[in-house]
Structure formats: structure tokens, C-alpha cells
Design a protein around this ligand. Sequence first.
Ligand code: ZN
Length: 252
Amino acid sequence: MSDAIRVTVWNEFRHERDDDVKAVYPDGIHNVIAGFLGEQDGVETRTATLDEPEHGLTREVLDNTDVLTWWGHLHHDEVDDEIVERVQHRVINGMGLICLHSAHLSKIFRRLMGTDCMLRWREASERERVWVLEPGHPIARGLGSYFEVPESEMYGERFDIPAPDELIFTSWFQGGDVFRSGCCYRRSLGRIFYFSPGHETFPIYFQDEVQTVIKNAVQWAAPTGAAWPIEGNTLPLEDLPGYEPPDFAQRM
Ligand code: ZN
């Protein structure tokens, strides 16, 4: 068994049938993401897509996934609830989850957040400036005080998410909007990162800084090796060391 971080890159893979998206991502967004992640030593990647049996997320695949990345947009409802449940179970037990761009409305992200996760948006090819709020955070490693995406879809506040455990990036857009674009959460043993840049008609996943963020996020979200204690809840009180039954008679 290797010590590599095993990443499964999930993509809806429907947009890429359209010419304007195919022109940017001829092999699909998932293959670009898996490509740059897999260039790193100690990272193994595989891909999975909506139209595969069980959406490519069989028990066997998920049991052998340390970090799952998720890109979906128009077909969130087609993701089977049983698979969503399966992914949630794995996150709670330590698998990392990185939700990208319009995955803010995916069933798995909304379930893990417990909120609507809606936002405001505008497709106007605006410049996005991604400000680094936590330069010491592992996800911001290698970045300056900000970086720019030359053409982006505007995602704006209010973004209906619970307050992030750590807010790493806030974006400013040419049109004046701002957005919490890099948010960290913990759910039980699992780590979750939401990162918003990544609209399908712009070559955003080819950009160095964006690749750096996602690479860093994989390292951050990888399981720490923590596990639930096996015993605990079912121990009879009498078995606790030093336990003495209360003497009710004496109190009367
Ligand atoms: Zn988009």
C-alpha cells in the first residue's frame, strides 16, 4: 500500500458536450484537474462522472479515496441520494471534500452545510481579484497578497452558507461585488473546502494560481488518520474507574 494521497476528481461532464465549453475543455474539466493534481509526487488521481454507474462513486472507489473534488452545475438533482449519503458518510469519517465553483448547489455541499447555499451571479466576463485573507494558511501557500482571474463569472454576496471555520479568500469583482470565495469547514473528522473560481467557459483551471490553490487544498483536506474511538458510549457507569454509586439514603 502506498502513502500517496488518493484523489477522486468528480465532474458532472455534461457541459463539455456544448461547443463553447468543449473549446476550452475538450477532454472535460475533470481531466484537466486530475492532470495537474497528478503531476505532484505523492498524489494519485482517478476521475468519476455523473453518467457512470453509481456516478463512478462505488463503495470501493470511495473507500479508496482520501480527497474527493466535485464540479457540478445543471444536473445536481440527478445525483442519487444514496450516493450523496455515501459521500457524506465518508466525509464524516475523514475523507476530504473540495467543492468547486457551482458545486455550491450540489446536494452533498448543501447537506453538509445545512443551508440553502444560494448566491448572486452575473455572467459578464468580469475581472476577479482573489484576496488572500490568511497568508499563513496551508491553502494559501505560494500565493501573494492577491491574484487575478482575468475573465470570471461573478459570484456575489449574500452567499447563504454557515460562517466558515476559516475564510481564506474573498473576491472582488469589477462590477463592485464581493464574495467569500475560499471557505474551510470541518464536519466530524472530514475537512471541506469550497473554492469558487472555475466557470466552464473560461480557462480558469489552466491558471497557475488556481492550480496552486486546489493542490494546496488537497494536501490540507487529506485525512489526518484520526478515527472514532471504538468504545465509549456503551460503557456501563459502574465500569468507570473510581465510580461509586451515590448513597441516596444518606442525603435524606
Ligand atoms: Zn459558472
